[in-house]
Design a protein around this ligand. Structure first.
Ligand code: SAM
Length: 255
């Protein structure tokens, strides 16, 4: 499936996306949480821990089964953590894994909290599944206190554009990273493993940065780490391309 953003097929995409997440929440929970995924263990969780210091109240948007809310909640000084996600299968698992954290079934574009409720908002590998980017970034800015921070993790939108990948061309004797149609915004449903279909939305980096800027979210730090060792050990075909980042991290302040 491939639809233009803003087209009448938006609602259809959202409907399909929410059904796919309900059906495939277990795929995420088994493969990417509770220590199963080296990119979380060696990279994302440490980066979150390094950037969350001094926070008291934290909102985790698209919390999934709640792993980053659990990290936030274990951070000294943090006394109020809420995770939201529209997928019931994720929220119910999050509640089972950490009954003392507050998890709510809610969409990124309709956050059920008053203006200025949080001093930190986290969104990790979520916005590449959200159709209403303007609405969702608007909500991040609205619920942050002035001076609050947004910790934003994305699959790298430039280097992980759909149809990008390592090409080892034996005929011409060259190896290179092919970039897909970077400038084209694209909605797709990808088979990430046998019979598991996940909805994705690709957007150029400028689309993210300009939407953040127009919501008074000022970039204060950007990281493009190379994949961690544990990931390369599990995916040795990526070794030659380990100078290509998979992850993008942005830290922004609400001004
Ligand atoms: C790749 S998982 C990431 C989960 C979690 N942030 C983590 O890092 O473990 C993406 C999550 O985004 C959620 N999601 C999808 N559409 C969303 C939306 N419109 N608003 C908020 N979350 C959404 C899905 O239900 C899923 O739990």
């Amino acid at each position: 499936m491939n639809t233009d953003p803003g087209s009448p097929l938006d609602d259809e995409f959202d409907e399909i996306a929410s059904e796919l997440w309900e059906n495939n929440a277990k795929w995420w929970q088994i493969g990417f949480t509770n220590g199963a995924d080296p990119e979380y263990q060696e990279q994302i969780i440490p980066m979150l821990a390094d950037n969350i210091d001094g926070s008291h109240s934290v909102l985790d948007i698209g919390t999934g089964e709640g792993q980053l809310s659990r990290v936030a909640s274990a951070t000294p000084g943090v006394d109020h953590v809420v995770g939201i996600d529209p997928t019931w299968e994720q929220i119910s698992e999050a509640r089972a894994r950490a009954p003392r954290i507050s998890y709510l079934k809610a969409e990124a574009s309709a956050v059920p909290f008053a203006d200025g409720s949080f001093d930190t908002v986290i969104a990790c590998l979520v916005f590449e599944h959200i159709a209403d980017l303007d609405g969702a970034i608007g909500e991040v800015a609205r619920v942050l206190k002035p001076g609050g921070r947004f910790l934003f993790f994305l699959n790298h939108p430039l280097l992980q554009t759909p149809n990008s990948g390592w090409i080892d061309d034996h005929i011409i004797g060259e190896q290179y990273w092919r970039i897909g149609k970077y400038l084209e915004e694209e909605r797709s449903v990808e088979e990430v493993e046998k019979d598991v279909y996940i909805p994705f939305i690709h957007r150029p980096l400028s689309k993210y940065l300009n939407t953040l800027a127009s919501n008074s979210l000022l970039l204060t730090r950007m990281e493009e780490p190379s994949p961690p060792q544990g990931f390369l050990d599990k995916a040795p075909q990526y070794y030659d391309a380990s100078f290509i980042p998979r992850l993008l991290f942005l830290r922004l302040t609400k001004v």
